[in-house]
Design a binder for this molecule. Structure first.
Ligand code: ADP
Ligand code: MG
Length: 204
């Protein structure tokens, strides 16, 4: 594959992500009800709407600049635990892409892995803690193979959080009672990776 992932691609991804989050916000909030405070869908809907607006107003010129702008907007608008975590994911991934006008999938996979590591460092989480990392880690690992593999890995990772006991975030306060519910953040992470794969399908 050529180095076809340019600023327009990343803008399209985030606009698609905003649509998917808007459509699925009620489901994300429903997942955040039994093991959280029922705000995850609303938090992300507000944040990604702000991202979409910022991208229209500012038209950043490189992949890194698109991700940096989106990350800053998420930090300032989402609130909750997920705002700083998703903001860090996008900002660190963007930073790893450097000054490039366009990158290829393999380069994005390497950068995304660094972004995911920054999320783990910020939140002190790891695989199996029943968080967004349970979708993001397998997605980053699989993106080196294909966009489709990343989508499947993220979806499977999110589903696999259901039987886990939460060790991070609000759900961890419930201890054993967090078992049996799919994690909202892992679910939203899987939606963001699905939006990435859809965007790649449409452009490459
Ligand atoms: P809050 O928990 O503050 O209400 P949200 O509802 O927006 O924030 O987001 C909750 C999601 O954030 C969880 O489902 C989980 O996936 C993720 N999360 C919470 N704490 C952590 C953490 N320390 N590391 C990684 N992800 C986390
Ligand atoms: Mg919440």
């Amino acid at each position: 594959m050529s180095a076809g992932l340019d600023a327009a691609f990343f803008r399209s991804w985030l606009v698609e992500a905003a649509s998917v989050i808007d459509r699925e916000a009620d489901r994300l909030t429903a997942l955040d009800s039994p093991i959280g405070d029922a705000d995850h869908g609303g938090n992300l809907r507000r944040g990604f709407a702000a991202v979409r607006q910022a991208l229209e107003e500012e038209r950043p010129a490189t992949p890194a600049a698109v991700l940096a702008l989106a990350g800053r907007r998420l930090v300032s608008t989402v609130g909750g635990a997920s705002g700083p975590l998703y903001g860090t994911l996008l900002r660190r991934t963007g930073k790893a892409l450097g000054e490039a006008q366009a990158v290829n999938r393999e380069e994005l996979a390497v950068a995304l892995r660094q972004g995911v590591e920054a999320v783990a460092a910020l939140g002190g989480g790891a695989a199996g803690d029943k968080t967004m990392l349970d979708a993001l880690i397998p997605a980053a690992d699989s993106l080196g193979t294909s966009f489709a593999a990343a989508r499947t890995a993220a979806r499977d990772g999110a589903r696999a959080t259901a039987p886990l006991r939460a060790r991070k975030g609000r759900a961890s306060y419930l201890g054993e009672r967090s078992v049996g519910h799919q994690d909202p953040g892992a679910t939203s992470a899987s939606l963001l990776i699905a939006a990435l794969a859809d965007t790649a399908d449409g452009t490459i």
